[in-house]
Design a protein around this ligand. Structure first.
Ligand code: 3PG
Length: 210
């Protein structure tokens, strides 16, 4: 399968849903519901014991989706994610070890940064498409505006505290390509199997980009 670039992951839709899954039975219907709403780049966080099985299920059963792994923190996470069928990885912070492991495994990586030094470290290793995490807690749109001067060649996916309401301001910034957020996969909708609500939440985001 052709390797994706981080930019391709970011450009597909205005929002990358951040999914925390506790039940592997939710994975496929959730992915199908998001795809039905026009969202197909899906991040499953490696935060639950079921996460890898969920990635595997989506990779196998929802060919219209492109599944990635979130909360990737070390080389072991990268290898496990790639083995499960993830096509991209998202990390909360950046280390060269995670960057190299993703290159070795053929996974596109969106490395997380929250400071200028972290941006410089990621750039030194050749990464120019970065996740800004935790975005709203660490300065939000004002921080992204400040970074656009020295880091004019970096593009961001702000994640953390992003909502349907504040996403437009972020997406209007020239150095923002997409945002990430967990609001497209609310726990109560998963528990009650309200897939129609999830499709609607996804649909509501597809016209966000200006
Ligand atoms: C996370 O890693 O938890 C994501 O940044 C999601 O944050 P959110 O729940 O604030 O959207």
């Amino acid at each position: 399968m052709k390797q994706l670039t981080a930019l391709q992951v970011m450009q597909d839709a205005p929002v990358i849903p951040v999914m925390v899954l506790n039940d592997v039975a939710h994975a496929v219907p959730l992915a199908q519901a998001l795809v039905a709403g026009g969202v197909r780049m899906l991040e499953v966080t490696l935060r639950t014991p079921q996460a890898l099985a969920c990635i595997e299920a989506i990779a196998r059963s929802v060919p219209q989706a492109v599944v990635g792994a979130g909360t990737v923190r070390n080389r072991g996470d990268v290898l496990a994610a790639a083995r499960a069928g993830a096509r991209f990885a998202v990390s909360p912070g950046y280390t060269s070890a995670v960057g190299q492991a993703c290159r070795d495994a053929g996974l596109a990586l969106l490395p997380g940064v929250a400071t200028s030094s972290e941006i410089m470290a990621a750039q030194e290793d050749g990464f120019t498409e970065l996740k800004f995490f935790p975005a709203m807690q660490a300065g939000g749109a004002a921080m992204l505006r400040a970074w656009s001067g020295p880091f004019w060649d970096v593009r961001f996916c702000p994640t953390g505290g992003v909502t349907l309401q504040n996403a437009s301001e972020l997406l209007a910034l020239p150095n923002v390509v997409c945002v990430g957020g967990s609001w497209l996969a609310p726990g109560d909708a998963l528990e009650s199997g309200d897939w129609a609500r999830i499709t609607q939440l996804a649909r509501d985001t597809t016209t966000l980009r200006v």
